[in-house]
Design a protein around this ligand. Structure first.
Ligand code: ADP
Ligand code: MG
Length: 680
């Protein structure tokens, strides 16, 4: 009899070789295997007759093999197994497999089978063909596991089947009250059904239970972290009202309403005796820096130091200049600390003397000593790892026995509902309104037949002195054909460059920049564009086009459907930085309702938050593209587009947290839960 902690290699069918492959996936015990969920489930009763096949589609055909044999391909030496499937209407379809010679034997004279695979077109023989289908003997719901070299779903199913009768050993940690109120099935049943669903209703219940678990545990962990932090002590910083008023009056602009609110939330946090732990979110250009500067000023008045960490030297230097200027009238000593400055003589004493230290990763190299940190600001926090973000807090704790206040900033808009799941341990301030006077970039989705019109428009823009970006698509790596990503990108951008420079705009100066260029050439292209020596820059997304070119007024994006909405929004942000009315043109290669809805949203919303919200709505469940940048912890089952589930899980966690002492199993569970969050 197996137990949950039985090592996997004792299972029938798992030899040392397979055990090794499973180990690569992190699967070492029976329990690991049971909690390794399928990626999707295929209904093998949805078959399609051979007469109705369409190229590129993945379908299931019911039929028998009437002919099959294996040969070695002369060119590459691979084994090709070719067969013919005949469906119930006697229609025939060729089928091929690669390097699976045993199939020729095992599929011969088998009667009716089910084949699931992609339909392709064989140009040599001018006929449709099914590529490498998986074969099942009977109809039913079959789970497909994440694909891994040498481990098929069939194999996993085979070794999982005998484990079904020990799912009862799984400890169901979720309190009954929650299971009842949320109408969730118990964990052993859910695990059984997720691997071997009896029907789609049961599968749905299993998914619900396992998704809930993930979101609930994340929420609970974050609430615990939050509670722990509130028990800690931090410097109590009184609000220096007069000075702040003077600071605001000195600014060359009026603060936006949301800037005022955010600043006030931050200042109030720091009056409390426990550490602030706040995230300031706002689109690029929404004015996060001044808000941070106000916090720095208050910290200074209370006699503490602030440390402001930025991800690049350029950004740190820019902050140093701007913030020094803003704070100069108040007598703060500001220091710049980067790898370039850190070795200079006198740096150590500079760090002790300064009231604000602005720097890069150099700040978190060992040996740096401060006087008394009261506030840590992490700018562009998503660019730092968890350890990097928390290093300064820990340092401060060990050097001064007190936790500093903590403010992180990000320009990645995340919908409020989702923020609950992702940043549940943080308080959040949002700058969702741009400073007055920013111009709106006119965004249009260009229908294929209007391409020439757009080119004419661009031509006119250049003739009147403006510059143009053309972004070429990121070619995705497909599951089936693993092509070299950079190579494909280079091709796309080079051929676009050729077309534009030779055919469309032969009279204009067209430049090119992509990831495969040497960094010297890259810089040179950017430099030329920035000096106005290039009119149109054809670029890929891999290239950081972060530099500010106020004269650029048109952003043209090819195959826009391949990009996430947030990315499109960021591309658009590269124009409209100067005084000229700017434009963003979206072109799509694939033109269907879904694509149009997504791209129209980009035209409709110029606000990153609204766009992110829309993106989440439009994205089907389980499609997680673009979500990574929000720093979402790995979810195996839950979908972040399931807002209702997120809310429910959060509420359940809030109810439990007040009496968590009564649930030792839950406490154990969350302390095991991977520690990868903001505040560890
Ligand atoms: P981000 O949120 O991207 O960090 P910054 O703080 O760098 O934005 O601000 C972008 C620009 O907007 C800066 O030049 C800043 O001086 C300016 N700015 C900030 N707040 C306002 C405001 N309320 N009105 C006008 N300009 C502002
Ligand atoms: Mg900034």
């Amino acid at each position: 009899m197996f137990e949950l902690n039985t090592p996997i290699q004792y299972l029938k069918g798992v030899g040392p070789k397979m055990a090794q492959r499973l180990k690569i996936l992190g699967l070492e015990t029976v329990q690991d295997l049971l909690f390794y969920y399928p990626r999707k489930w295929i209904d093998f009763s949805q078959t399609v007759p051979v007469s109705q096949l369409r190229i590129e589609e993945i379908v299931i055909i019911k039929g028998r093999i009437v002919q099959i044999k294996t040969r070695r391909s002369p060119r590459k030496g691979i084994l090709i197994t070719e067969g013919i499937i005949e469906d119930e209407k006697d229609h025939q379809l060729p089928v091929v497999w690669f390097n699976q010679p045993y199939l020729a034997k095992s599929l011969k004279q088998q009667g009716t089978l089910l084949f699931r695979g992609k339909i392709d077109f064989d140009f040599a023989k001018k006929q449709k063909v099914m590529l490498s289908p998986i074969v099942e003997r009977q109809e039913g719901i079959f789970p497909i596991y994440p694909e891994t070299e040498g481990l098929t779903s069939k194999y996993l199913r085979r070794i999982l089947l005998p484990l079904l009768n020990i799912t009862s050993q799984i400890n169901d940690f979720l309190p009954n009250t929650i299971k009842e109120s949320e109408k969730l099935i118990d964990l052993p049943t859910a695990i059984g059904e997720i691997h071997f669903p009896q029907n789609f209703q049961n599968l749905q219940k299993a998914k619900e239970r396992l998704s809930f678990d993930e979101l609930f545990l994340i929420s609970l962990r974050m609430l615990v972290a939050r509670r722990e932090l509130q028990k800690e002590k931090a410097p109590k910083i009184l609000i220096p009202e007069e000075i702040l008023q003077k600071f605001v009056k000195n600014l060359p602009f009026k603060l936006t309403n949301c800037q005022k609110i955010a600043a006030w939330q931050i200042l109030k946090d720091m009056v409390k005796p426990s550490p602030m732990n706040r995230l300031l979110e706002g689109d690029v250009g929404s004015g996060k820096t001044v808000v941070g500067a106000m916090a720095v000023l208050s910290i200074f008045k209370a006699g503490y130091q602030s440390v402001w960490m930025a991800p690049t030297e350029i950004l740190a230097t820019q902050h140093f200049k701007n913030i020094s200027y803003l704070l100069k009238p108040f007598g703060l000593k500001v220091a710049l600390f980067t790898s370039a400055t850190s070795n200079k003589k006198g740096t150590a004493s500079l760090l002790l003397e300064s009231d604000l230290i602005i720097g890069t990763h150099a700040l978190i190299q060992s040996g740096v000593k401060f006087r008394k940190i009261g506030l840590v600001i992490i700018d562009e926090q998503h660019r730092f790892g968890v350890k990097q973000r928390t290093y300064l807090r820990q340092l401060s704790l060990s050097q001064h026995k007190i936790l500093p206040h903590f403010l992180s900033m990000t320009a990645t808009p995340i919908p409020r509902t989702l923020a609950l799941a992702v940043y549940g341990d943080l308080d959040i301030s949002i700058l969702d309104e741009m400073p007055a006077g920013r111009q709106k970039v006119i965004t249009r989705l260009v229908e294929p037949q209007n391409r020439q019109k757009a080119y004419d428009f661009i031509h006119n823009q250049v003739k009147s002195g403006r510059q143009v970006f053309v972004i070429c698509p990121l070619v995705e790596e497909k599951e089936e054909d693993r092509i070299n990503l950079f190579e494909a990108e280079r091709k796309a951008v080079t051929s676009e460059y050729k077309k534009l420079s030779e055919t469309v705009f032969p009279d204009l100066r067209v430049g090119i920049v992509h990831g495969r260029l040497k960094s010297k050439d890259k810089q040179e292209a950017m430099e030329q564009f920035s000096q106005g020596k290039i009119d149109i820059l054809v670029a890929t997304a891999v290239v950081e086009v972060g530099i500010d070119i106020p004269n650029a007024a048109v952003m043209m994006i090819e195959s826009a459907e391949r990009f996430g909405l947030a990315t499109l929004h960021q591309f658009r942000g590269r124009v409209g930085r100067g005084k000229h009315q700017s434009y963003c043109f979206l072109f799509a290669q694939i033109w269907n309702d879904k694509v149009q809805a997504r791209l129209k949203a980009v035209c409709q919303f110029d606000n990153g938050f609204q766009l992110a919200e829309k993106d989440l709505q439009l994205r089907g469940p389980g499609e997680l593209t673009g979500v990574k940048q929000w720093g979402v912890p790995d979810l195996k089952m839950a979908s972040l587009s399931d807002i209702i589930m997120i809310k429910k899980a959060r509420e359940a966690a809030e109810n439990i947290i007040v009496k968590i002492e009564n649930y030792p199993e839950l406490i154990a569970k969350i302390s095991n839960f991977q520690k990868e969050r903001h505040l560890e």
